[in-house]
Ligand binder design. Structure first.
Ligand SMILES: Cc1ncc(COP(=O)(O)O)c(C=O)c1O
Length: 389
C-alpha cells in the first residue's frame, strides 16, 4: 500500500514509544526511534528466561538458537540474501573493519581497491588502513560536487584487472544521493573484482536486494531502520567460508558463525527481526516524497540557505544537508533544538564528500525524514530556519 496523503504519514507515529512529547525528530539518518514491536521483542527475550547462549542442551538455549535463526531469516527477506550468509555484529563499522582485515591476507603490492568519496568513512578508512599495511592501493572515485552525485563512470574508469574489491555506498548518509550500485557492481564483476555495498542509509527508504544489486557483501545497521544497535553483514555463504576471519580456536569453523566473534547481542537480534518486519510491511509504504518535497523546496527557496547535494527528487533519499549564511552549522542545530527540533550538524563521518564540498570545518545541518515524520515537523523546521535570515 502506498500512502498518498502526506498527513497520514503520522499514522505510524503511535508505533514509536520514543516519540512522546513535541520534539520534531528529523535526526533519523543518525539513528531512528525504535518501533514498538522491536522494543517488545527485546524485552520479551530478556524477561522470558530464554536468555542463554546458543547450542546448549536445555530449553532456553534452544530458544536462543531459534532467536538467531529467525533473525537470519528476517535479514534474508529484508536484504534478498541467503540466511546462511547473515552475520550479526556490534555495528557496521566493526563488520567492515573485520571484513577488510580478513581480505587483507590476500592482498599485496599491485592490488587495488576502489572506494568512493560519497561513502561514510566506515566504508573507506578500513580499506585505507589495510592498503597501508599490505602495499595495496586505494583509488577513490570522485563525487560531482555540483550535484552531490557519484557518476557511475567515475567509479568504472578506476577499474582494471588489478582491482580486487570495490566498496560503494547504497546512498549517501550526508546528501541523500543514491548511486547506480547495480551498474557499478556489474562493471566491477566484469573486471574480476568483488563488491561491498554499504546499505546503512538506503535500507529504511528503498527495497534492498543484495543479489539484484550485485553485492558480494552488504552491510547495514538496524538502528537506522527502527531497530536496536546492531550491525548486519550479508554475503554468499561460500564467500564467507572461503575467507578466514580472526577467531578463537573453539569457535565454529563454518559460516556464518565463524564470522561472529564471541557472543552476539541476542536481545538485539530479536528486536532487529521485528524491525525488519516493520520496514518490509509498513515503513517503506510511506510516500516520503510527499513530506520531503515541501522540505527540499522550502529550503531551496530561502535565499540565505544553501542546499548541498541533489536539488531534485530523482535517485535520492529524503535526507538533505544545508548551510545557513552567517551561522555555523552547530549553531543552527542548537537554534533548532531550542524549538524542540532535532537535526544533526557536522560532517556525519562522511569525511571525503564533506571535504570535497569544502564543508569540513563548519560542517552542515542535516535533516532527514523517517516514516514517522509529519508535514507539521517539516513546517516547524522551515519556519525556524526562515527566522535565521
Ligand atoms: C551510510 C553509513 N554507513 C555506515 C555507518 C556506520 O554505521 P555504524 O554506526 O553502525 O558503525 C553509518 C552511520 O551513520 C552510515 O550512515
Amino acid at each position: 500500500m502506498t500512502v498518498t496523503d502526506p498527513s497520514t504519514t503520522t499514522g505510524l507515529r503511535h508505533r514509536f514509544p520514543g516519540l512522546r512529547g513535541d520534539w520534531a525528530r528529523l535526526d533519523g539518518p543518525g539513528g531512528t526511534q525504535i518501533v514498538d514491536t522491536a522494543v517488545e521483542a527485546m524485552t520479551r527475550y530478556l524477561t522470558s528466561g530464554d536468555n542463554a547462549n546458543t547450542e546448549g542442551m536445555f530449553a532456553a538455549a534452544d530458544a536462543t538458537d531459534e532467536v538467531v535463526a529467525r533473525g537470519r531469516a528476517a535479514m534474508g527477506e529484508l536484504f534478498g540474501t541467503d540466511p546462511r550468509g547473515v552475520v550479526f555484529g556490534p555495528n557496521t563499522t566493526s563488520l567492515v573493519i573485520d571484513l577488510a582485515q580478513t581480505v587483507a591476507a590476500g592482498l599485496g603490492p599491485g592490488d587495488e581497491i576502489v572506494c568512493t568519496r560519497l561513502d561514510h568513512d566506515a566504508n573507506v578508512a578500513p580499506w585505507l588502513r589495510i592498503a597501508a599495511r599490505t602495499g595495496a592501493t586505494v583509488r577513490l572515485a570522485d563525487v560531482d560536487t555540483d550535484t552531490g552525485r557519484l557518476p557511475t563512470e567515475n567509479v568504472t574508469r578506476l577499474l582494471s584487472d588489478r582491482t580486487r574489491w570495490v566498496a560503494v555506498t547504497g546512498a549517501s548518509n550526508a546528501l541523500g544521493s543514491i548511486p547506480d550500485v547495480a551498474a557499478v557492481a556489474g562493471a566491477a564483476h566484469a573486471a574480476g573484482a568483488r563488491v561491498l555495498v554499504d546499505a546503512v542509509h538506503l535500507t529504511p527508504h528503498r527495497p534492498v536486494d543484495r543479489t539484484a544489486l550485485g553485492a558480494d557483501v552488504l552491510v547495514s545497521s538496524a538502528y537506522k531502520w527502527y531497530g536496536p544497535h546492531l550491525g548486519v553483514l550479508c554475503a554468499d555463504p561460500d564467500l564467507l567460508d572461503a575467507l578466514d576471519p580472526d577467531r578463537v580456536r573453539p569457535a565454529p569453523q563454518v559460516a556464518p558463525d565463524r564470522w561472529q566473534t564471541g557472543t552476539p547481542s541476542f536481545e538485539a537480534i530479536a528486536a532487529a527481526t521485528e524491525a525488519a518486519r516493520f520496514v518490509l510491511d509498513h515503513a517503506r509504504a510511506v510516500d516520503e516524497t510527499a513530506v520531503f518535497a515541501p522540505l527540499l523546496d522550502g529550503l531551496l527557496a530561502m535565499p540565505h540557505v544553501r542546499v548541498h547535494g541533489p536539488h531534485d527528487h530523482t535517485d535520492r533519499t529524503p535526507t538533505v544537508a544545508f548551510t545557513v549564511a552567517g551561522h555555523r552549522a552547530d549553531d543552527v542545530a542548537r537554534h533548532l533544538a531550542r524549538q524542540r527540533i532535532a537535526t544533526w550538524s557536522g560532517i556525519f563521518y562522511a569525511h571525503e564528500v564533506m571535504h570535497a564540498l569544502g564543508l569540513h570545518e563548519d560542517g552542515a545541518v542535516r535533516a532527514g525524514l523517517s516514516c514517522y515524520t509529519s508535514t507539521e515537523d517539516v513546517d516547524r523546521l522551515l519556519r525556524a530556519v526562515d527566522a535565521l535570515a
